[in-house]
Design a protein around this ligand. Structure first.
Ligand code: F6R
Length: 244
């Protein structure tokens, strides 16, 4: 439990910078799993600051985003493609070919092959070193909504009505929120060597309690992280309000 979102995000950004520098010294690639939403924004601000002020280079970084709405055009300001470029990629020196975000423009008959390719690409880079996660009020991580299986991989999913409602803050009207998304699965996420699960504010307190103190179940997909050997849950005191 951190004193503030700022402190937590600085800590995560420093860990990411440490990984990148360590890999650079060995001539290797750092593989990051990234989330969108309001939760990780300060991590991205901090990484941009480290690039500008401390010369942190991202030339050896490869990123895989968790999810993208489907269908969703890249040029839409509501796409996760736009979000990531706006908050991070446009401000650092990561090579464009190192950026991977599920493609919301893929034709529907190509989705299955595309998802398989996304999984294989993560594996080809040796897996994710650090995975950043937020949590939805349904207990989703990525867009793995209740009912998602522990063995699930990257796939097309339906969004939960609560998730659609929460997304209306971005989309203005509920009818504008896409009903589906392409998301990494629970198994994809669980293969990451280090996971940070982050949550700020009172609204997340009930689901944080269930994720940490509840039994492991498909009903709250974030509970699957209890099986992971290297997870840090970083929350502020408001998100911790309901913990016993
Ligand atoms: C986003 C994602 C989602 C969000 C979650 C919390 O890429 O995978 O699981 O992390 O919905 O969203 P915020 O941070 O907006 O509360």
């Amino acid at each position: 439990i951190k004193e503030s979102e700022d402190v937590a995000c600085k800590e995560v950004a420093s860990d990411i910078a440490r990984l990148i520098i360590e890999k650079q010294k060995k001539g290797k690639t750092a593989v990051l799993g990234l989330a969108t939403g309001v939760t990780p924004i300060k991590i991205y601000q901090e990484l941009v600051k480290k690039h500008r002020e401390e010369g942190l280079s991202f030339h050896n970084v490869v990123t895989f985003n968790l999810d993208e709405y489907y269908p969703q055009s890249k040029t839409s300001e509501l796409s996760y493609y736009y979000f990531m470029h706006h908050h991070l990629f446009d401000h650092i020196d990561i090579p464009a070919e190192n950026i991977n975000i599920p493609d919301g423009e893929i034709e529907s008959d190509k989705i299955a092959d595309y998802c398989k390719f996304y999984e294989e690409k993560i594996d080809a880079y040796g897996g994710i070193d650090i995975q950043i996660l937020g949590i939805g009020r349904t207990g989703h991580i990525g867009f793995n909504e209740p009912g998602s299986r522990q063995e699930s991989l990257t796939r097309l999913v339906k969004l939960h009505p609560v998730t659609i409602m929460d997304a209306t803050r971005e989309f203005i009207r509920e009818e504008q929120v896409p009903r589906r998304a392409i998301t990494m699965g629970i198994k994809t996420i669980s293969k990451a060597r280090k996971v940070y699960l982050l949550a700020w504010g009172e609204k997340k307190a009930p689901i944080i309690k269930e994720a940490i103190e509840g039994g492991i179940s498909e009903e709250i997909p974030a509970t699957f992280l209890q099986n992971h050997p290297n997870v840090s849950v970083m929350i502020d005191s408001d998100a911790a309000l309901e913990l016993t």
